[in-house]
Ligand binder design. Structure first.
Ligand SMILES: *[C@@H]1O[C@H](CO)[C@@H](O)[C@H](O)[C@H]1NC(C)=O
Ligand SMILES: *[C@@H]1O[C@H](CO)[C@@H](O)[C@H](O)[C@H]1NC(C)=O
Ligand SMILES: *[C@@H]1O[C@H](CO)[C@@H](O)[C@H](O)[C@H]1NC(C)=O
Ligand SMILES: *[C@@H]1O[C@H](CO)[C@@H](O)[C@H](O)[C@H]1NC(C)=O
Ligand SMILES: *[C@@H]1O[C@H](CO)[C@@H](O)[C@H](O)[C@H]1NC(C)=O
Ligand SMILES: *[C@@H]1O[C@H](CO)[C@@H](O)[C@H](O)[C@H]1NC(C)=O
Length: 363
């Protein structure tokens, strides 16, 4: 008992020692600063370029009796940020936050000292230099953070997520549960991008330029009883952008947000099986839906899909579930099929017009 008490006191006093003496004198990290923030301690570099950070951190690395395991590291307003090899020296951080900066160089080993430590990595309001924008090299680096829990890359000029973006040869990023890639310029998300991230719960891809979802874009290796939230709202998705069997390899319950896209129909062959599982949700408000024969299956199958499909409003502004099967009798008439066979881009108004005529005629 006494021994435990002594041990506890000892631990407590050590903890206090760390929190009050982790930051050395101001000159040590100058022009960066060591700061306390609630119960955490970290380093902040504002308007400091990469070369200076490297020099300072490598000097500090040589010192003994200086605290080197920080909670956070913030870089901001660096107009030309070169992240060269071992810029961190042997300093370690649990969270790295870079914002309002232009990243012009990124070495594979730039953040190596913290590959094991980083749990949260945030890149926000970043302009990446040309060759970093396609994501190939960037994700090679990101996948090295084996204990990463949260990744956020937002408001940057990132253009694509490569195939197998998080594939590692001898380990998986088991802890990664939250990925925010919203407000970028992403056009492509490669197949199997998130494949091995079994514990992922959130992928925010909203406010990008995504135009294609293949059957393996959201394929996962293992199932998991936890729901996955996939936010694809505010992209450039239209009806034909969903390849056959899209989402079918997710092996998870899904909360799928497709709001604010360019979708006119939900293909039965793709969406029926997802919607019939009442644990799934698909949100589709603010799309230019046309409630003609192509969407009639939704009404015919309403008992099974109504719970899962949220926010489907027709061209007349009314919710699709306000209609009933009789409104779609005309779909079985041979001659009205023509309407659905009109293809091309400028037919929306005409289809709408035809729908009204037919509806009147049926009444
Ligand atoms: C950092 O730069 C942004 C624009 O790039 C500016 O809006 C902001 O005020 C700057 N912050 C500081 C602390 O200089
Ligand atoms: C990044 O570079 C652009 C020009 O390429 C410049 O306008 C902007 O101010 C730079 N950002 C920062 C934070 O210095
Ligand atoms: C994974 O493989 C690489 C290269 O073969 C090696 O350097 C690294 O230490 C390995 N990591 C683990 C966790 O085994
Ligand atoms: C992702 O980041 C954006 C921009 O910072 C933010 O608005 C959004 O709420 C974040 N997504 C999630 C799921 O937190
Ligand atoms: C994963 O799938 C297998 C086989 O279908 C099943 O036995 C297992 O319970 C599932 N695990 C979870 C976590 O859903
Ligand atoms: C939306 O789809 C229509 C036709 O289906 C097309 O003409 C238009 O360019 C699309 N808009 C966007 C932003 O992709």
């Amino acid at each position: 008992m006494k021994m435990w008490l002594t041990l506890l006191l000892c631990l407590l006093s050590q903890a206090r020692l760390i929190s009050s003496e982790s930051c050395p004198g101001k000159s040590v990290f100058f022009p960066c600063q060591c700061e306390y923030s609630s119960s955490e301690v970290g380093l902040i570099c504002k308007k400091v370029d990469g070369q200076i950070i490297e020099t300072v951190f490598n000097e500090v690395s040589k010192l003994k009796n200086v605290y080197k395991n920080f909670d956070f590291f913030q870089i901001s307003n660096a107009s030309v940020l070169k992240l060269s090899e071992n810029i961190l020296g042997d300093l370690k951080f649990a969270s790295i936050f870079i914002f309002d900066s232009n990243i012009t160089q990124l070495d594979r080993n730039a953040l190596k000292s913290s590959h094991k430590e980083v749990e949260e990595l945030i890149l926000q309001q970043i302009s990446f230099i040309g060759w970093l924008r396609d994501g190939n090299y960037l994700f090679e680096i990101l996948k090295q953070f084996e204990n990463l829990r949260k990744l956020s890359i937002t408001n940057t000029n990132l253009k694509s997520i490569p195939e197998n973006a998080f594939l590692r040869f001898n380990a998986t990023q088991e802890k990664l549960f939250w990925i925010n890639l919203s407000h970028n310029k992403i056009q492509n998300v490669g197949d199997f991008a998130f494949y091995e991230l079994t514990n992922l719960q959130t992928i925010d891809l909203s406010y990008n330029r995504i135009k294609h979802i293949s059957k393996d874009t959201f394929a996962f290796w293992k199932n998991n009883s936890l729901e996955i939230k996939i936010d694809l709202s505010n992209n450039f998705l239209s009806t034909k952008c969903f390849e056959f069997a899209a989402f079918s390899n997710a092996k998870r319950n899904m909360f799928l947000n497709l709001a604010f896209n360019n979708i006119t129909h939900l293909e039965e062959s793709i969406f029926a099986s997802i919607l019939r599982d009442s644990s799934n949700r698909i949100v589709v408000n603010n799309n230019p839906f046309v409630c003609n024969c192509k969407n009639a299956w939704i009404i015919k199958d309403r008992k099974r899909v109504e719970r899962s499909l949220l926010g489907l409003y027709c061209e007349d502004g009314n919710a699709i579930f306000e209609r009933n099967v009789n409104d779609y009798h005309y779909c079985s008439l041979k001659n009205v099929d023509i309407e659905d066979n009109i293809c091309g881009c400028s037919t929306l108004k005409m289809v709408h017009f035809l729908w009204k005529i037919v509806a009147l005629a049926v009444k």
